[in-house]
Design a binder for this molecule. Structure first.
Ligand SMILES: [Zn+2]
Length: 198
C-alpha cells in the first residue's frame, strides 16, 4: 500500500491547505451517530468504529429501525432539545431517502446546529447494488462521508489534499479516490486526544 508514503510526501508540501482556519478547534465532545433505517444492520457499528479510530473521538450510536422516513430525516438535526448532557455533536445518517437537490455529495453540514446529515442513498452505486462488491463500495463511501461530516463538526476545515478524507469531494469519483483517513496536517488540526477523551 503506497498511500501512507504519498500522504507523508504530499502532506509536507501542502500543510497550509489542511489546517484549521486559525480558530481553536471545537470544544471536546462526543459524537452521537443516529442511523435511520440502515440497509445492513452491521453497518452502523462499523461506521462508528471507523469514525472513532480516524478522528480519535468517542462515538455513540442510536439506530432507528422501521421504514425510511423523509420527515424523520429532515427533523433529525432539529430535535436537539432531547440531546442528553453533556451536549453532543450529532451526525444523522439516513438510508432510503433521496437527498434534497441542494445537498452536494450527500453531506449537509450545519455547524450552527452542531449537526450534520449524510444521505446514504446519494452515495449508492447505480446498477448492481446487489453484488457484494458494490455493497462494499457503498459502505466505503458512507464511511468516508460520515467521517468528513464529523470532522467538520469537530472544527476541521475542508482539505486541499485530494487523498485526504477531509477533502470536500465534488463527485462520487472524488469520494472513491480519497483515503478513509486523515492526512498528517489534518490530523494535527484535530482537538488533542486527551481533551477529547475526557
Ligand atoms: Zn487533510
Amino acid at each position: 500500500m503506497r498511500i501512507p508514503a504519498l500522504f507523508l510526501l504530499l502532506g509536507l508540501l501542502a500543510p497550509v491547505l489542511c489546517l484549521a482556519d486559525g480558530s481553536a478547534p471545537a470544544s471536546p465532545s462526543t459524537i452521537h451517530l443516529i442511523v435511520s433505517a440502515p440497509s445492513d444492520p452491521a453497518w452502523p457499528e462499523r461506521i462508528a468504529r471507523h469514525v472513532e479510530e480516524t478522528l480519535s473521538v468517542p462515538v455513540i450510536v442510536t439506530v432507528q429501525t422501521g421504514a425510511p422516513s423523509a420527515t424523520a430525516a429532515f427533523q433529525c438535526c432539529q430535535s436537539l432539545a432531547t440531546e442528553p448532557e453533556p451536549r453532543q455533536l450529532r451526525v444523522c445518517l439516513v438510508f432510503g431517502v433521496t437527498p434534497p437537490s441542494r445537498v452536494e455529495i450527500a453531506c449537509e453540514i450545519k455547524p450552527e446546529q452542531q449537526c450534520a446529515t449524510v444521505w446514504a442513498d446519494g452515495l449508492k452505486p447505480g446498477a448492481q447494488t446487489a453484488s457484494p462488491q458494490d455493497a462494499e463500495t457503498w459502505l466505503m463511501r458512507v464511511d468516508k462521508q460520515v467521517t468528513y461530516a464529523t470532522g467538520r463538526l469537530l472544527g476541521l476545515q475542508p482539505c486541499g489534499f485530494l487523498l485526504c478524507v477531509m477533502h470536500a469531494s465534488a463527485t462520487l469519483e472524488d469520494v472513491d479516490l480519497k483515503a478513509p483517513n486523515l492526512c498528517p496536517p489534518s490530523r494535527e488540526a484535530l482537538p488533542s486526544p486527551p481533551a477529547i477523551m475526557e
